[in-house]
Design a protein around this ligand. Structure first.
Ligand code: TRP
Length: 333
């Protein structure tokens, strides 16, 4: 049995880019009987940017409800909050002593921030808190604590898993074989999803489609998709945002039929309306479930409570091993 672990930061409403890039592939993987899955809400990772009580609280429920509404089965997956596993923070402290500072200097989120500061003629560490700087160590603790074999992540997180692997091997070399060396599982063929304006779908571009947007909003957003000026009855190139989004929701046959229609020439308006109908068929039941869970947070609490208990029990065993390995005196035997 191999263990899969992944985390999602509660930093805002999940959009279709998150769904197709991370949530859906992780849920598919969890259906595999050979995998034991630990999926969690990385609430303390969010603290690097979300420093607002109401927001952190709401975003946390949003992510939990999102996983469940997208089909995560809490019988199969241990779903928990990072903050319910305090051993994470103990391990993070220990691991920070095995992590070279230079490795953190090269971590991409920090590096990008430094580069932006240099461009703007600011001090290189302007706006950088230690949470951001040490982010990869905390993530390493999440992963190693649960003995994860595989970590399903998007390409942007690949480097972080490599860091976790490096730190695990530094520890093993110094203190004896303690940690499993984790490997990233980057879903193939899921490149960046296009957003409303044809650029990568990203919150920072303001071009996203939230997974659970209500029907009216969804229709509005689809209508906002930027198209070219091809006349209604002219054939359309398939290199357009509507078709790219359509493909994600469609069966092979639906995709072929839609491609044919576009190439024959239907208006962008009609194309958008077909896209909306198809999307809404898939998303409506998920949206309903999401809204139900948001209104019944006690269901979510119970699932997180059970998950937290399991995760903590496992973490406790790991921490015991680690303390022994490094020579911490144990008086509470
Ligand atoms: N850093 C991840 C992100 O930004 C979230 C995360 C935190 C994570 N801890 C993790 C992912 C451990 C995988 C494993 O999306």
């Amino acid at each position: 049995m191999k263990r899969l672990l992944t985390g999602v930061k509660p930093t805002g409403i999940a959009h279709l880019g998150n769904y197709f890039g991370a949530i859906k592939p992780a849920i598919e993987l969890s259906k595999n009987a050979d995998y034991e899955c630990y999926y969690f809400i990385a609430d303390y990772h969010a603290l690097t940017t979300v420093q607002d009580k109401e927001k952190l609280y709401d975003y946390t429920y949003q992510i939990a409800c999102t996983w469940l509404a997208c089909g995560l089965d809490p019988q199969k997956v241990v779903l928990y909050k990072q903050s319910d596993v305090p051993q994470t923070f103990e391990l993070s402290t220990i691991l920070s002593n095995l992590t070279p500072k230079g490795l953190m200097n090269r971590a991409h989120a920090y590096k990008a921030k430094v580069e932006a500061n240099e461009q703007a003629n600011e001090d290189k560490d302007y706006g950088v808190n230690m949470g951001l700087y040490c982010y990869p160590i905390l993530m390493t603790a999440d992963i190693l604590l649960m003995d994860a074999n595989y970590v399903p992540v998007g390409v942007d997180q690949k480097q972080h898993v490599e860091i976790a692997r490096d730190v695990a091997s530094y520890f093993n070399k110094r203190f004896g074989n303690t940690f499993i060396l984790p490997e990233e599982l980057v879903p193939e063929g899921v490149g960046a999803l296009v957003g409303l304006d044809g650029r990568k779908m990203s919150k920072s571009y303001g071009n996203t489609i939230p997974i659970f947007a209500d029907e009216k909003t969804l229709r509005k957003l689809v209508n906002k998709i930027v198209t070219d000026s091809t006349a209604p009855d002219e054939p359309k190139s398939l290199d357009n945002t509507i078709f790219k989004l359509y493909k994600l929701f469609a069966t092979k046959q639906q995709t072929e039929e839609f491609a044919e229609k576009l190439q024959k020439g239907i208006s962008w308006g009609e194309a958008k309306s077909e896209l909306f109908d198809l999307m809404n068929t898939t998303l409506a039941p998920m949206r309903e479930k999401y809204n139900y869970l948001q209104e019944h947070r006690e269901i979510v609490d119970e699932i997180l409570k059970q998950g937290g208990k399991k995760a903590r029990e496992y973490a406790q065993k790991t921490i015991k091993k680690v303390r022994e390995a490094i020579g911490v005196v144990e008086v509470n035997k």
